[in-house]
Design a protein around this ligand. Structure first.
Ligand code: BGP
Length: 468
């Protein structure tokens, strides 16, 4: 559908960018921080760990100054739970609190709206040792942690995100580093963990509304439109199953306080239904979001699975569709180009999914991740010509504007990533940022910050409140 008149971006649109604590901060064991599951995970030997990352912990002032120079209206970052509570709960680490006070104050001094993710993959290892999310006590620990964040930062932070990509933690935990190998038993355990996270999230949302009546809070899953591999009815049904299992399970629970019925039937069929405590459904219903934040990288295409029709033995990375025997089978979309890392590029799918989410939930939307991972080259004279990233972002911004014209309420765009950081499982050479960080996979060099071409381009987009 094309329009004669394209609607402008709203005047207070939150243009910004995103990062997460373990991928950008470094200082993994400094100033009292405890280890997280990511620090203790077995990393692929070919790529770096997260010990130094972009060393944002020691460079945050310089980094925020650069974000301000780009014109950022908002910055989405995550708090490292283990920096605040080294043991996951109990004793508070004042130096951790101090760091985020400074970070938030620095942002506000440039009128940059802080958007705070409470938990982005990095569960404190001390909790993991007691069973992690399989243990109901982690729900209490999260509630205590949430309360601490609201108490310390609630006077200045208006936008809160609960859990980053809970759906990816469940579906691709072994590649992200949040869970070990998959086994039949582990699948059931994962959905138990999922249930505990849903309860923890609902409690945090209710608590936020009680303590901070002016704040807004929402979930931050990864949402992708799911296409059928053909117009065959069975393929369409498989796409519908996967949409419910991958997307709506998470948002229906957050928004309606209910388990999606198709996803629930899948859990029953597989024997994965979680054990619930009395009152859990009431808790889910009592915690409602004010908006939906979501991450978008690409669409996914699936077809019918009859069982032994392909190799399902690995789970793939977050954006590689593999499948599940008898449920759906991942398929390549021949209409789409791919990034250097094999992720399909689908800007129009972005518009489709913006429409789908808004039509389903009627809540304001903010995009909290979207971007292109690439092997950027630093050229002589500190130049990074990332024109491919500019193309990717331009095409996606165009589609947001079309979605706004379709009547979708979108209030912000925070692409991944504000600055170069370490990828979840593909090292520091897979770069996403507007700002280049001068380090190699294993040599941290001088960590110098360098403005890429995309930096200057995005600066203009923000100044113009949209594309020219
Ligand atoms: C999302 C995660 C981010 C980030 C991004 C890019 O799923 O929320 O933490 O890592 O994907 O993924 P990758 O680093 O694997 O390229």
């Amino acid at each position: 559908m094309n329009y004669d008149q394209i609607k402008p971006f709203p005047s207070k649109f939150l243009w910004g960018g995103s990062t997460s604590a373990y991928q950008v901060e470094g200082a993994w064991n400094e100033d009292g921080k405890g280890p997280s599951v990511i620090d203790m995970a077995n990393h692929v030997p070919e790529v770096t760990d997260f010990k130094v990352a972009s060393d944002h912990y020691h460079h945050y002032q310089e980094d925020i100054q650069l974000l301000a120079e780009m014109g950022f209206k908002a910055y989405r970052f995550s708090v490292s739970w283990a920096r605040i509570y080294p043991e996951g709960s109990g004793e508070l680490n004042q130096k951790g609190i101090q760091f985020y006070h400074q970070l938030i104050d620095e942002l506000l001094s440039y009128n940059i709206e802080p958007i705070l993710t409470m938990y982005h993959f990095d569960l404190p290892y001390a909790l993991e040792e007691q069973g992690g999310w399989s243990n109901r006590k982690t729900v209490d620990a999260f509630e205590q942690y949430a309360e601490t964040l609201f108490d310390h930062f609630g006077d200045r932070v208006k936008y809160w995100l609960t859990i980053n990509e809970q759906n990816m933690i469940i579906l691709h935990g072994s590649s992200i580093g949040t869970s070990s190998q998959d086994s039949e038993n582990q699948q059931q355990d994962l959905y138990q963990q999922n249930h505990h996270m849903l309860v923890a999230q609902a409690k945090a949302m209710a608590l936020c509304h009680r303590k901070l009546p002016n704040a807004k809070i929402g979930p931050a899953p990864n949402i992708a439109p799911i296409y059928p591999a053909s117009s065959k009815s069975e393929d369409i049904l498989a796409a519908n199953s996967y949409t419910n299992i991958r997307n709506w399970l998470y948002l229906d629970a957050a928004v309606y306080g209910q388990y999606n019925h198709v996803a629930w039937a899948y859990l029953e069929k597989k024997g994965y239904t979680p054990v619930m405590q009395e009152g859990d459904m009431r808790i889910l219903q009592a915690g409602k979001p004010d908006f939906i934040a979501f991450n978008y990288y690409t669409s996914q295409t699936v077809g019918e699975s009859t069982g032994g029709d392909m190799d399902y033995s690995h789970t793939g990375d977050q954006h590689e569709t593999v499948g599940e025997p008898g449920i759906y089978r991942g398929s390549v979309n021949e209409n789409l180009k791919k990034t250097e890392f094999g992720w399909e590029i689908d800007p129009v799918g972005f518009r489709t999914v913006l429409r789908e989410i808004y039509s389903r939930y009627h809540l304001p939307l903010i995009v909290t991740e979207n971007g292109l991972g690439a092997f950027d080259q630093l050229e002589e004279g500190d130049v990074v010509n990332d024109t491919y990233r500019i193309d990717y972002l331009r095409q996606h911004i165009e589609q947001i504007q079309l979605a706004i014209t379709d009547g979708v309420d979108v209030f912000g765009y925070c692409p991944w990533s504000a600055i170069d950081l370490v990828s979840t499982h593909q090292g520091s050479s897979k770069r996403y940022g507007f700002i280049y960080v001068n380090r190699d996979e294993f040599d941290v060099k001088d960590l110098r910050r360098i403005r890429k071409q995309s930096f200057y381009w995005y600066q203009k987009v923000i100044a113009n409140n949209g594309l020219e």
